[in-house]
Write a protein that binds this ligand. Structure first.
Ligand code: SF4
Length: 309
């Protein structure tokens, strides 16, 4: 399959209020091409709430609910219960896909209880976290997804803690499907959305979403920064299904020894938010710790891959 084989139908419309080079907008465009029109979108408070726009000027050509930060999983549970009730009365045709779209703030921090509860109840929906590693819509504060050493307005000297690994937390819920994706590998993303759509139960997909103003790089470099994240191992591409993990795209080529992994420092140098970490002696220690974090994440994931066990 090639990119030009994807449908030309656009459910994410031109003229939105997103910044130039916004990763969430491109991700929505690709996700909608996979899911199609029979989708109900639930937007958790985030930049996407603004990008979605004020009725009747929405950029999203689908039924949309805007919900509070903490309620992505709970809102999806309500919508799915409503659809099931209508289905029992024969009042729906083909059941729509329920898609929650949330940032890392609404997933890693404020919304984790709601997501965890919905997953434990085996709610039938797809949850996508577009992870820009900070609270971009409220002015670039740190989140649980912000990496060690990164500048934000609330970590002016660089964050001193490691980020969480929420995809692993979702795997621990024993849900049918967990996958990570990157905008630099759009076909891998598209195919994982199709896979998620073909399954039932809670399915979780996480996109690394490099945010040009928040991460401090020129908007035209969003795809290149996304690619560097994968090539350095700071973002690993995989899918987890039926108790097994499979590495995909560039991550699989790196771990199969076909391509050499790039140093984490090369990735950090693409972004102004790590300027201080790169320049200072303490920052250099943070870079070493990030290299260790990447190696440790790879080892942990390899424990789930049949050929490494
Ligand atoms: S701040 Fe970042 S995530 Fe938010 S709209 Fe702008 S580019 Fe997109």
């Amino acid at each position: 399959m090639r990119l030009k084989d994807l449908t030309s139908e656009e459910l994410f419309l031109a003229g939105s209020t997103a910044c130039q080079g916004c990763p969430s907008s491109l991700a929505l465009r690709i996700a909608f091409k996979a899911l199609g029109k029979n989708t109900i979108l639930i937007v958790v408070a985030s930049c996407t709430s603004v990008v979605q726009g004020a009725y009747p000027l929405s950029a999203i050509n689908l039924p949309v609910m805007n919900v509070a930060f903490a309620t992505g999983g709970a809102s999806a549970s309500g919508v799915v219960a409503g659809l099931n009730a209508l289905g029992k009365r024969g009042e729906t045709g083909e059941k729509p896909t329920v898609l929650v779209w949330a940032g890392d703030g609404g997933t890693y921090d404020i919304g984790i209880q709601s997501l965890s509860g919905a997953a434990e109840r085996e709610t039938d929906f797809i949850y996508v976290c577009y992870n820009n590693e900070m609270y971009s819509n409220t002015g670039t504060q740190r989140s649980g997804a912000t990496p060690l050493g990164a500048w934000t307005t609330t970590t002016p000297g660089g964050k001193t803690q490691h980020r969480k690994d929420i995809s692993q937390i979702m795997i621990a819920h024993r849900i049918p499907y967990v996958a990570t994706v990157s905008l630099a590998y759009p076909l891998d993303f598209y195919q994982k959305m199709l896979k998620a759509m073909s399954l039932k139960g809670t399915r979780y997909i996480e996109i690394l979403a490099p945010c040009p103003p928040g991460w401090k790089f020129p908007s035209g470099q969003m795809i290149e920064v996304s690619r560097m994240a994968v090539q350095s191992g700071m973002w690993l591409l995989y899918e987890h299904e039926e108790g097994k993990t499979r590495f995909t795209a560039a991550t699989s080529r790196i771990l199969d020894g076909k391509v050499k992994r790039k140093p984490v420092r090369d990735y950090l140098e693409t972004q102004g938010r790590f300027k201080q970490a790169i320049a200072s002696p303490e920052g250099s220690k943070a870079i070493d710790r990030l290299e260790e974090e990447v190696s440790e994440s790879i080892r942990r994931l390899q424990g789930w891959v049949p050929e490494y066990i």
